[in-house]
Design a protein around this ligand. Structure first.
Ligand code: SF4
Length: 439
């Protein structure tokens, strides 16, 4: 790529390996540079590579056979009807792969944090020479960036200040932010414009919620992030009865905007949520806040004090609904496959835990033996080792996976279960499926 600086403008021309010029445009130095990576020739190569890395013929075979594998007298595996990669994740991965194709090494490509919350996928991206920097880059990392670099924004987006800093450096940004995340931003920005405080149901430490919160403040508004129903209750109590302001703020440390004053900014609130929350919980948060504001201001004026917009994405919803249905069937245990920092996956595990023994694992290797499994306990935020997890005899095992988990990892888990139960794969799958899929 060549850059010719003219005052605060620059001319960009993207040279392709075959010597052709891809596009040429003149932009202000602080305006984002744009490039179309989704060209048919690039996407054809990307698709071929993505399929090789993440596809599973074995999982596809199970999907085509009513999402279940039955080996009479030995074991049954049941997959949820919806699981694994969502459209937002697929798009983000495609764009990261396309960026590497359009900008081969030695061109520097950086990624803000993780492309998605799955360690195996991030490792694959790293192997392509895409370097991860902090999701909120340090000054040192920003100083190292030049206008010749490419920076990938992950599927859950980035904070407004980070985007601006990268833009100032003149880097080419490959923005993979999911459209569903941007819908939440739109909602929150509108709340701010209307001087309504955003109550964001989400995890204050999660990249998506940080990005969403930053949209509220960028539009000169305020926000407060609420995670649990206990926290929601605290807010409701303050709305109705007031209280010790300092203690209230201390209990929400790190989860509200600068200058947030509960005596002023809880008078008109709008609820939005991180796209991957548990629907039932989000509905309860909004119901309790609505009740509190209705009690305080009356039904007639409620719309001046309370707004709500459901921003759970359809992919999260579909996976929760599918698991809900699966959990109605008799099963001995549930395996949930996915990254431990994946929000939507942790909610699937939470749904399972409420019904039956559930093991949240990031890959098949965590099923160490038929006696021991290492699995993530999200309440303790640590991996635990549990003994005697796999019952003997004919059992039914449910499997699901979060939106950031590729099918090849689900296949690994299924193969491992067959191995641990000493059931030959040939008892359940045709030879061609077993051999094509062999990891
Ligand atoms: S989980 Fe939802 S919001 Fe996140 S990337 Fe997938 S579709 Fe988009």
């Amino acid at each position: 790529m060549r850059l010719k600086g003219v005052s605060n403008k620059m001319t960009l021309s993207f040279g392709m390996p075959d010597g052709k010029i891809l596009c040429m445009t003149e932009v202000a130095a602080t305006k984002p540079k744009k490039i179309n990576l989704r060209r048919p020739d690039v996407m054809k190569e990307v698709q071929a590579e993505v399929v090789t890395h993440y596809r599973s013929t074995l999982v596809e075979y199970i999907r085509e056979h009513d999402n279940r594998v039955v080996v009479p007298g030995r074991m049954t595996i049941r997959l949820a009807k919806q699981f694994g990669f969502c459209y937002g994740v697929e798009r983000a991965i495609d764009l990261a792969y396309a960026a590497r194709k359009v900008f081969p090494e030695p061109k520097r490509i950086f990624l803000l944090g993780e492309i998605i919350h799955n360690p195996e996928v991030n490792e694959q991206i790293e192997q392509m020479g895409i370097r991860a920097i902090a999701s909120r880059p340090s000054q040192e990392e920003l100083d190292d960036l030049t206008a010749d670099d490419v920076v990938i924004i992950p599927a859950f987006g980035t904070e407004v200040s980070t985007r601006q800093a990268i833009q100032q450096k003149g880097c080419l940004m490959v923005d993979t932010t999911c459209g569903d995340v941007m819908s939440v931003w739109k909602r929150v920005k509108q709340y701010s414009k209307d001087q309504v405080t955003s109550i964001i149901h989400g995890k204050a430490w999660h990249e998506e919620t940080k990005a969403t919160s930053s949209q509220a403040t960028a539009a000169n508004g305020h926000y407060l992030v609420v995670f649990t129903l206990e926290e929601t209750e605290r807010i409701c109590d303050y709305i109705l009865n007031g209280g010790d302001k300092e203690a209230f703020l201390e209990s929400f440390k790190g989860a509200y905007s600068d200058g947030f004053d509960p005596d002023v900014h809880l008078n008109a609130v709008g609820v939005a949520n991180q796209t991957t929350m548990l629907r039932g919980e989000t509905e309860e948060v909004q119901r309790r806040l609505k009740d509190a504001l209705e009690k305080k201001y009356g039904t007639k004026d409620l719309d001046q004090h309370f707004r709500y917009f459901d921003t759970i994405c359809s992919a999260t919803q579909d996976r929760q609904d599918a698991l809900g249905k699966l959990l109605k069937e008799p099963m001995d245990l549930l395996i949930v496959v996915g990254g431990y920092n994946s929000s939507n996956t942790s909610h699937l595990a939470e749904m399972g835990e409420a019904k039956l023994p559930t093991y949240f694992i990031k890959n098949a290797a965590k099923m160490e033996s038929a006696e021991v499994i290492s699995h993530f306990n999200q309440h303790k935020q640590e991996e635990l080792r549990t003994r005697n997890w796999l019952p003997e005899g004919d059992i039914v095992i449910g499997i699901t996976a979060g939106a950031s988990c590729p099918n090849n990892l689900i296949e690994d888990a299924i193969r491992r279960l067959f191995e641990l139960k000493s059931v030959p794969l040939a008892m359940a799958f045709p030879e061609e499926v077993i051999s094509i899929s062999k990891p």
